[in-house]
Design a protein around this ligand. Sequence first.
Ligand SMILES: C[S@@+](CC[C@H](N)C(=O)[O-])C[C@H]1O[C@@H](n2cnc3c(N)ncnc32)[C@H](O)[C@@H]1O
Length: 388
Amino acid sequence: MKISPEYYEGRGPALVKHTFILSYLPTLIAKVASAYDQFVYVDLFAGPWEERTADFSDTAFGIALDAMRGGKSVWKRNGRPVKMTAHLVDINPEAIAKQKQVAERYPDIEVHHHQGMAEEKIQAVLNSLPHNAFCFVYIDPKGVPDIRKFQAAIERPNTEVFLNFMYKFATRFANTPQMTTLGWLTEGEEGESFRSDLALLSGVDRENALTDRARLVLARMGGYRYSPAITVDEESMDRCRYKLIFLSRHHKGIFVFRNAQRAALQMQASNRSSQKSIKKARQTGMDDLLKDLEPIHAGERSAREIDQGIRSGIAYANRLIDQSGREGITFGDLWPRVLEEEVVTHSDLCHAIRDLRDQGRIEIPSWTPRKRKPDDDYRLFSSKYMQD
Ligand SMILES: C[S@@+](CC[C@H](N)C(=O)[O-])C[C@H]1O[C@@H](n2cnc3c(N)ncnc32)[C@H](O)[C@@H]1O
């Protein structure tokens, strides 16, 4: 399945979410199906919502069902039957009726539809899941529900969560007691001091502080090591609309996440750049400009995040290698720590390590001549510790 940006005019943020899902799920399914007999996709606010395609390829669950079908058939060819199940919840009966049309096209996947409030349906969905199933839970409300209502799903073992944190609402109310559904962010003494600190912040500092708080609380709720976030901006303004927070307990999760985040940020950079150019061309009456557009404006926020993430990732890797002194650090210890902190992919990091070695800044004694990227058991040393 492909994402067609033309179906997303005026729905730029959905384009970013769906690009992530399209990139993430097939790889996740390919990896987990080797160890689990069943993969379950749980979509708690499934929609569809403002879809424009007849085959629902511009909806998250349409993309997910297609990824599940693909994963199932690959494993079947390899002689391994993997059961695929989807639970789609929505409050709106019309949405459920549309879901059923799509599900008919996927007889190879067991699709369950639940009409009602996600907060009330979640426990029954969880009760129906076998322990040995791997579960991907997508929580994509339009507003700000009380996340504590989904705690049982977040706590479930063998689970990853992808949650839309509505930053634009949260930032308005997080340092006031007005929005009780945000209570999970500021519970207890620690939460109170967070609230007073937040009241003093604005701009990017506020955005980072509030996002980090949400990531921390969610990670703690389910004992997740990794809780990175993707920034989704308004289509025509340099302002954050929401943060897509991803929860995983496994280093393979962060590996695949960073690749899918890159795809989503590139899509956002390209979409927002062309929206800006279209607007400018219309304002100036120079519609011919559109013919010669640069695909991505270097100053676009996601483009800058990609660039900055790579630079910070390399700098952090260098610091960790330096700090490891004469003992050095294995690449297998290094990369999950770097990917956890910075918006950088495993492949970016492999290139950077090779360049650092070629420049003589680090040494890797086990490196063999034709090697292109480091193995996990390779030990990396800062050259300054190898000279004396
Ligand atoms: C943002 S749309 C979902 C878009 C979809 N997840 C996607 O990415 O294509 C939110 C959906 O949640 C549904 N909804 C709103 N409140 C709900 C609730 N409490 N429980 C379940 N569904 C709800 C709406 O009917 C709507 O279809």
